[in-house]
Ligand binder design. Structure first.
Ligand code: GDP
Length: 329
Protein backbone atom coordinates (compact mmCIF):
# COMPACT_ATOMS: atom_id res chain seq x y z
CA UNK A 1 0.00 0.00 0.00
CA UNK A 2 2.78 2.35 0.88
CA UNK A 3 6.04 2.24 -1.10
CA UNK A 4 8.84 2.12 1.45
CA UNK A 5 11.75 -0.08 0.34
CA UNK A 6 13.31 -2.53 2.81
CA UNK A 7 14.85 -0.42 5.55
CA UNK A 8 18.42 -1.15 6.62
CA UNK A 9 19.77 -0.60 10.12
CA UNK A 10 22.13 2.29 10.74
CA UNK A 11 25.09 -0.11 10.83
CA UNK A 12 24.06 -1.69 7.54
CA UNK A 13 23.71 1.72 5.87
CA UNK A 14 27.14 2.70 7.11
CA UNK A 15 28.74 -0.61 6.12
CA UNK A 16 27.27 -0.36 2.65
CA UNK A 17 28.77 3.12 2.22
CA UNK A 18 32.14 2.08 3.63
CA UNK A 19 32.29 -1.00 1.42
CA UNK A 20 31.71 1.11 -1.69
CA UNK A 21 34.27 3.61 -0.45
CA UNK A 22 36.84 0.87 0.10
CA UNK A 23 36.37 -0.36 -3.45
CA UNK A 24 36.54 3.12 -5.03
CA UNK A 25 39.79 4.06 -6.71
CA UNK A 26 40.81 7.40 -8.16
CA UNK A 27 41.38 8.20 -11.81
CA UNK A 28 45.16 7.81 -11.37
CA UNK A 29 47.82 10.53 -11.15
CA UNK A 30 51.44 11.24 -11.84
CA UNK A 31 52.85 10.85 -8.37
CA UNK A 32 52.01 8.47 -5.54
CA UNK A 33 50.81 11.42 -3.48
CA UNK A 34 48.51 12.60 -6.25
CA UNK A 35 47.12 9.10 -6.77
CA UNK A 36 46.41 8.76 -3.04
CA UNK A 37 44.62 12.11 -2.99
CA UNK A 38 42.47 11.27 -5.97
CA UNK A 39 41.62 7.89 -4.49
CA UNK A 40 40.66 9.64 -1.23
CA UNK A 41 38.33 12.00 -3.08
CA UNK A 42 36.78 9.06 -4.96
CA UNK A 43 36.25 7.15 -1.72
CA UNK A 44 34.51 10.10 -0.08
CA UNK A 45 32.39 10.54 -3.15
CA UNK A 46 31.39 6.86 -3.09
CA UNK A 47 30.58 7.02 0.63
CA UNK A 48 28.41 10.14 0.33
CA UNK A 49 26.74 8.98 -2.83
CA UNK A 50 25.83 5.52 -1.51
CA UNK A 51 24.40 6.80 1.75
CA UNK A 52 22.56 9.64 0.08
CA UNK A 53 21.02 7.25 -2.44
CA UNK A 54 19.96 4.77 0.24
CA UNK A 55 18.42 7.34 2.56
CA UNK A 56 16.76 9.19 -0.30
CA UNK A 57 14.90 6.04 -1.31
CA UNK A 58 13.26 6.03 2.16
CA UNK A 59 12.44 9.71 2.13
CA UNK A 60 10.91 9.40 -1.35
CA UNK A 61 7.84 8.02 0.42
CA UNK A 62 6.98 11.48 1.81
CA UNK A 63 5.12 12.94 -1.19
CA UNK A 64 3.14 9.69 -1.38
CA UNK A 65 2.19 10.17 2.24
CA UNK A 66 0.93 13.67 1.49
CA UNK A 67 -1.14 12.47 -1.44
CA UNK A 68 -2.67 9.38 0.18
CA UNK A 69 -6.41 9.14 -0.20
CA UNK A 70 -8.23 9.73 3.09
CA UNK A 71 -8.94 6.07 3.77
CA UNK A 72 -5.34 4.96 3.38
CA UNK A 73 -4.09 7.98 5.26
CA UNK A 74 -6.33 7.12 8.16
CA UNK A 75 -5.07 3.53 8.05
CA UNK A 76 -1.45 4.67 8.09
CA UNK A 77 -2.30 6.92 10.99
CA UNK A 78 -4.04 4.10 12.77
CA UNK A 79 -1.17 1.66 12.30
CA UNK A 80 1.92 3.77 12.74
CA UNK A 81 0.84 7.38 13.22
CA UNK A 82 1.33 9.78 10.31
CA UNK A 83 3.11 12.19 12.71
CA UNK A 84 5.64 9.54 13.81
CA UNK A 85 6.29 8.51 10.25
CA UNK A 86 6.88 12.10 9.17
CA UNK A 87 9.16 12.68 12.13
CA UNK A 88 11.32 9.65 11.26
CA UNK A 89 11.45 10.53 7.59
CA UNK A 90 12.32 14.12 8.49
CA UNK A 91 15.24 12.97 10.66
CA UNK A 92 16.46 10.62 7.94
CA UNK A 93 16.32 13.39 5.36
CA UNK A 94 18.22 15.72 7.67
CA UNK A 95 20.93 13.08 8.07
CA UNK A 96 21.07 12.52 4.30
CA UNK A 97 21.70 16.24 3.70
CA UNK A 98 24.37 16.38 6.44
CA UNK A 99 26.21 13.35 5.07
CA UNK A 100 26.29 14.92 1.60
CA UNK A 101 27.60 18.17 3.07
CA UNK A 102 30.31 16.48 5.15
CA UNK A 103 31.50 14.32 2.24
CA UNK A 104 31.61 17.25 -0.20
CA UNK A 105 33.55 19.40 2.24
CA UNK A 106 35.95 16.51 2.93
CA UNK A 107 36.47 15.94 -0.80
CA UNK A 108 37.58 19.56 -1.11
CA UNK A 109 39.82 19.26 1.95
CA UNK A 110 41.46 16.09 0.66
CA UNK A 111 41.93 17.66 -2.79
CA UNK A 112 43.64 20.66 -1.23
CA UNK A 113 45.67 18.77 1.39
CA UNK A 114 49.38 19.57 1.42
CA UNK A 115 50.51 16.03 2.17
CA UNK A 116 49.13 12.52 1.82
CA UNK A 117 48.95 12.29 5.60
CA UNK A 118 46.81 15.44 5.81
CA UNK A 119 44.52 14.03 3.12
CA UNK A 120 44.16 10.74 4.95
CA UNK A 121 43.44 12.57 8.20
CA UNK A 122 40.71 14.66 6.54
CA UNK A 123 39.15 11.55 5.05
CA UNK A 124 39.18 9.61 8.33
CA UNK A 125 37.66 12.60 10.12
CA UNK A 126 34.85 12.66 7.58
CA UNK A 127 34.26 8.91 8.03
CA UNK A 128 33.95 9.55 11.76
CA UNK A 129 31.44 12.36 11.29
CA UNK A 130 29.37 10.38 8.78
CA UNK A 131 29.32 7.40 11.12
CA UNK A 132 28.11 9.51 14.03
CA UNK A 133 25.44 11.15 11.85
CA UNK A 134 24.15 7.75 10.80
CA UNK A 135 24.20 6.48 14.38
CA UNK A 136 22.03 9.43 15.38
CA UNK A 137 19.21 8.24 13.14
CA UNK A 138 19.45 4.59 14.22
CA UNK A 139 16.17 4.85 16.21
CA UNK A 140 14.42 6.50 13.25
CA UNK A 141 15.55 3.77 10.86
CA UNK A 142 14.44 1.15 13.33
CA UNK A 143 11.00 2.70 13.74
CA UNK A 144 10.66 3.16 9.97
CA UNK A 145 11.48 -0.53 9.47
CA UNK A 146 8.76 -1.45 11.99
CA UNK A 147 6.27 0.89 10.33
CA UNK A 148 7.05 -0.65 6.96
CA UNK A 149 6.50 -4.15 8.30
CA UNK A 150 3.03 -3.11 9.45
CA UNK A 151 2.14 -1.13 6.35
CA UNK A 152 3.06 -3.78 3.78
CA UNK A 153 0.55 -6.15 5.37
CA UNK A 154 -2.32 -3.77 4.61
CA UNK A 155 -4.10 -5.01 1.52
CA UNK A 156 -4.98 -2.48 -1.13
CA UNK A 157 -8.57 -1.43 -1.33
CA UNK A 158 -9.02 0.94 -4.24
CA UNK A 159 -10.53 4.00 -2.58
CA UNK A 160 -11.83 5.17 -5.94
CA UNK A 161 -14.03 2.13 -6.33
CA UNK A 162 -17.61 2.72 -5.18
CA UNK A 163 -18.00 0.83 -1.93
CA UNK A 164 -20.98 -0.47 -0.03
CA UNK A 165 -20.28 -1.09 3.65
CA UNK A 166 -22.59 -3.49 5.45
CA UNK A 167 -23.43 -2.88 9.11
CA UNK A 168 -25.72 -4.46 11.69
CA UNK A 169 -25.63 -6.64 14.80
CA UNK A 170 -23.85 -10.02 14.72
CA UNK A 171 -25.94 -12.78 13.12
CA UNK A 172 -28.36 -10.44 11.34
CA UNK A 173 -26.98 -11.89 8.08
CA UNK A 174 -24.27 -9.46 6.95
CA UNK A 175 -21.85 -12.02 5.59
CA UNK A 176 -24.73 -13.91 4.02
CA UNK A 177 -25.80 -10.68 2.34
CA UNK A 178 -22.27 -9.97 1.05
CA UNK A 179 -22.18 -13.51 -0.37
CA UNK A 180 -25.63 -13.09 -1.90
CA UNK A 181 -24.78 -9.94 -3.85
CA UNK A 182 -21.16 -10.70 -4.78
CA UNK A 183 -20.29 -12.27 -8.08
CA UNK A 184 -17.46 -14.38 -6.67
CA UNK A 185 -16.62 -15.67 -3.24
CA UNK A 186 -15.87 -12.72 -0.96
CA UNK A 187 -12.25 -12.60 0.11
CA UNK A 188 -11.16 -11.93 3.65
CA UNK A 189 -8.71 -9.05 3.69
CA UNK A 190 -6.57 -9.32 6.81
CA UNK A 191 -6.77 -5.74 8.03
CA UNK A 192 -4.55 -5.46 11.05
CA UNK A 193 -7.04 -3.44 13.07
CA UNK A 194 -9.70 -6.11 13.22
CA UNK A 195 -8.92 -9.60 14.41
CA UNK A 196 -11.34 -11.04 11.91
CA UNK A 197 -10.39 -9.04 8.82
CA UNK A 198 -12.73 -7.37 6.36
CA UNK A 199 -14.74 -9.57 4.08
CA UNK A 200 -14.69 -7.98 0.64
CA UNK A 201 -16.89 -9.03 -2.27
CA UNK A 202 -17.57 -7.30 -5.54
CA UNK A 203 -20.07 -7.09 -8.34
CA UNK A 204 -20.38 -5.21 -11.59
CA UNK A 205 -23.07 -2.88 -12.87
CA UNK A 206 -22.87 -1.13 -16.24
CA UNK A 207 -19.15 -1.92 -16.52
CA UNK A 208 -18.49 -0.37 -13.10
CA UNK A 209 -17.06 -2.54 -10.37
CA UNK A 210 -18.47 -2.10 -6.87
CA UNK A 211 -17.06 -3.36 -3.61
CA UNK A 212 -19.24 -4.70 -0.87
CA UNK A 213 -17.57 -4.95 2.51
CA UNK A 214 -18.51 -6.72 5.72
CA UNK A 215 -16.61 -5.45 8.75
CA UNK A 216 -16.82 -8.07 11.50
CA UNK A 217 -16.13 -6.62 14.89
CA UNK A 218 -16.41 -3.00 13.77
CA UNK A 219 -19.93 -2.03 12.76
CA UNK A 220 -21.79 -4.63 14.75
CA UNK A 221 -21.76 -3.33 18.31
CA UNK A 222 -22.07 -0.14 20.32
CA UNK A 223 -19.25 2.38 19.95
CA UNK A 224 -18.66 2.37 23.71
CA UNK A 225 -17.58 -1.28 23.51
CA UNK A 226 -14.75 -0.46 21.12
CA UNK A 227 -11.18 0.29 21.99
CA UNK A 228 -9.62 3.48 20.56
CA UNK A 229 -8.02 1.78 17.57
CA UNK A 230 -11.30 0.06 16.64
CA UNK A 231 -12.98 3.45 16.85
CA UNK A 232 -10.39 4.94 14.56
CA UNK A 233 -10.89 2.02 12.20
CA UNK A 234 -14.57 2.96 12.06
CA UNK A 235 -13.59 6.52 11.18
CA UNK A 236 -11.29 5.15 8.48
CA UNK A 237 -14.24 3.23 7.07
CA UNK A 238 -16.26 6.38 6.63
CA UNK A 239 -13.80 7.46 3.93
CA UNK A 240 -14.27 4.15 2.19
CA UNK A 241 -18.06 3.91 2.40
CA UNK A 242 -20.07 5.49 -0.39
CA UNK A 243 -23.19 3.97 1.07
CA UNK A 244 -23.97 1.91 4.16
CA UNK A 245 -26.46 -0.95 4.06
CA UNK A 246 -27.69 -1.36 7.61
CA UNK A 247 -29.19 -4.79 8.11
CA UNK A 248 -31.87 -5.47 10.72
CA UNK A 249 -33.04 -8.85 11.85
CA UNK A 250 -36.62 -8.14 12.93
CA UNK A 251 -37.09 -11.85 13.76
CA UNK A 252 -34.56 -11.17 16.54
CA UNK A 253 -33.13 -14.67 16.06
CA UNK A 254 -29.77 -12.91 15.99
CA UNK A 255 -30.24 -12.44 19.71
CA UNK A 256 -30.52 -8.64 19.76
CA UNK A 257 -33.94 -7.02 20.30
CA UNK A 258 -34.96 -4.48 17.64
CA UNK A 259 -34.65 -1.65 20.15
CA UNK A 260 -30.93 -2.36 20.52
CA UNK A 261 -30.50 -2.75 16.76
CA UNK A 262 -32.15 0.67 16.28
CA UNK A 263 -29.69 2.17 18.74
CA UNK A 264 -26.76 0.79 16.75
CA UNK A 265 -28.23 2.34 13.60
CA UNK A 266 -28.24 5.74 15.32
CA UNK A 267 -24.56 5.29 16.20
CA UNK A 268 -23.60 4.19 12.71
CA UNK A 269 -25.44 7.24 11.36
CA UNK A 270 -23.39 9.45 13.64
CA UNK A 271 -20.11 7.75 12.67
CA UNK A 272 -20.83 8.12 8.93
CA UNK A 273 -21.86 11.75 8.48
CA UNK A 274 -22.88 12.54 4.92
CA UNK A 275 -23.01 8.87 3.89
CA UNK A 276 -26.40 7.59 2.75
CA UNK A 277 -27.68 4.70 4.86
CA UNK A 278 -30.11 2.13 3.51
CA UNK A 279 -32.15 0.46 6.21
CA UNK A 280 -32.92 -3.12 5.26
CA UNK A 281 -34.77 -5.89 7.09
CA UNK A 282 -33.34 -9.36 6.55
CA UNK A 283 -34.70 -12.89 7.01
CA UNK A 284 -38.00 -12.10 5.33
CA UNK A 285 -38.19 -15.81 4.46
CA UNK A 286 -38.74 -16.48 8.18
CA UNK A 287 -41.19 -13.67 8.85
CA UNK A 288 -42.29 -10.50 7.07
CA UNK A 289 -42.90 -7.46 9.25
CA UNK A 290 -44.96 -4.47 8.15
CA UNK A 291 -43.24 -1.12 7.64
CA UNK A 292 -41.53 0.98 5.00
CA UNK A 293 -38.04 -0.58 5.20
CA UNK A 294 -36.71 -2.65 2.30
CA UNK A 295 -37.03 -6.36 2.95
CA UNK A 296 -34.67 -9.10 1.85
CA UNK A 297 -33.70 -12.64 2.47
CA UNK A 298 -29.97 -12.95 2.18
CA UNK A 299 -30.54 -16.69 2.34
CA UNK A 300 -32.91 -17.03 -0.66
CA UNK A 301 -31.77 -13.86 -2.45
CA UNK A 302 -35.25 -12.32 -2.38
CA UNK A 303 -35.16 -8.52 -2.55
CA UNK A 304 -31.35 -8.36 -2.76
CA UNK A 305 -31.25 -7.02 -6.34
CA UNK A 306 -33.53 -4.13 -5.38
CA UNK A 307 -31.31 -3.23 -2.42
CA UNK A 308 -28.21 -3.38 -4.64
CA UNK A 309 -29.99 -1.12 -7.18
CA UNK A 310 -30.78 1.38 -4.46
CA UNK A 311 -27.20 1.19 -3.13
CA UNK A 312 -25.74 1.73 -6.61
CA UNK A 313 -28.01 4.75 -7.08
CA UNK A 314 -26.95 6.12 -3.69
CA UNK A 315 -23.22 5.81 -4.41
CA UNK A 316 -23.53 8.52 -7.04
CA UNK A 317 -25.02 10.96 -4.54
CA UNK A 318 -22.33 10.54 -1.89
CA UNK A 319 -21.35 13.72 -0.09
CA UNK A 320 -17.72 14.22 0.96
CA UNK A 321 -16.96 12.80 4.40
CA UNK A 322 -17.32 15.32 7.16
CA UNK A 323 -14.85 15.77 9.97
CA UNK A 324 -14.73 12.83 12.37
CA UNK A 325 -16.37 13.16 15.74
CA UNK A 326 -13.86 13.87 18.49
CA UNK A 327 -11.86 10.83 19.51
CA UNK A 328 -12.45 9.49 22.94
CA UNK A 329 -10.01 7.50 25.04
P1 GDP B 1 -23.49 -11.84 10.39
O1 GDP B 1 -22.90 -12.16 11.72
O2 GDP B 1 -24.33 -10.60 10.44
O3 GDP B 1 -22.48 -11.79 9.29
O4 GDP B 1 -24.51 -13.01 10.07
P2 GDP B 1 -24.37 -14.28 9.10
O5 GDP B 1 -24.40 -13.89 7.69
O6 GDP B 1 -23.22 -15.09 9.57
O7 GDP B 1 -25.73 -15.02 9.42
C1 GDP B 1 -26.06 -15.46 10.73
C2 GDP B 1 -27.02 -16.60 10.65
O8 GDP B 1 -28.23 -16.15 10.08
C3 GDP B 1 -26.52 -17.74 9.77
O9 GDP B 1 -26.89 -18.94 10.35
C4 GDP B 1 -27.25 -17.51 8.47
O10 GDP B 1 -27.46 -18.69 7.75
C5 GDP B 1 -28.57 -16.93 8.94
N1 GDP B 1 -29.17 -16.06 7.94
C6 GDP B 1 -28.59 -15.03 7.32
N2 GDP B 1 -29.46 -14.46 6.46
C7 GDP B 1 -30.60 -15.15 6.55
C8 GDP B 1 -31.88 -15.05 5.92
O11 GDP B 1 -32.16 -14.20 5.07
N3 GDP B 1 -32.82 -15.96 6.30
C9 GDP B 1 -32.58 -16.91 7.22
N4 GDP B 1 -33.55 -17.75 7.50
N5 GDP B 1 -31.40 -17.05 7.83
C10 GDP B 1 -30.42 -16.18 7.50
Amino acid sequence: MFPIPTVMTAQEVLNKGLRRAARATGPGGRTREERAKKAGVAKLHALGDTIEHTLRSYVAAVPTLERLPDFQRELVDLLVGVGNLKHDLGAIDWCRAQVVRVCRQAQRDVGRAGTGTDGLRARKAAYGRVSSLIRQIAPNLESLAKARAKLIRVPDIDPEMPTIVVAGYPNVGKSQFVRAVSSGRPKVAPYPFTTQGLSVGHFERRYQRYLVVDTPGLLDRPMEDRNPSERQAVYALRHLADVVVFLFDPTETCGAPMEIQERLLAEVREAFPGVPILEVENKVDVQRFPGPRAKVSALTGEGCTEVVDAAVAATTSRAPAAAPPPRAG
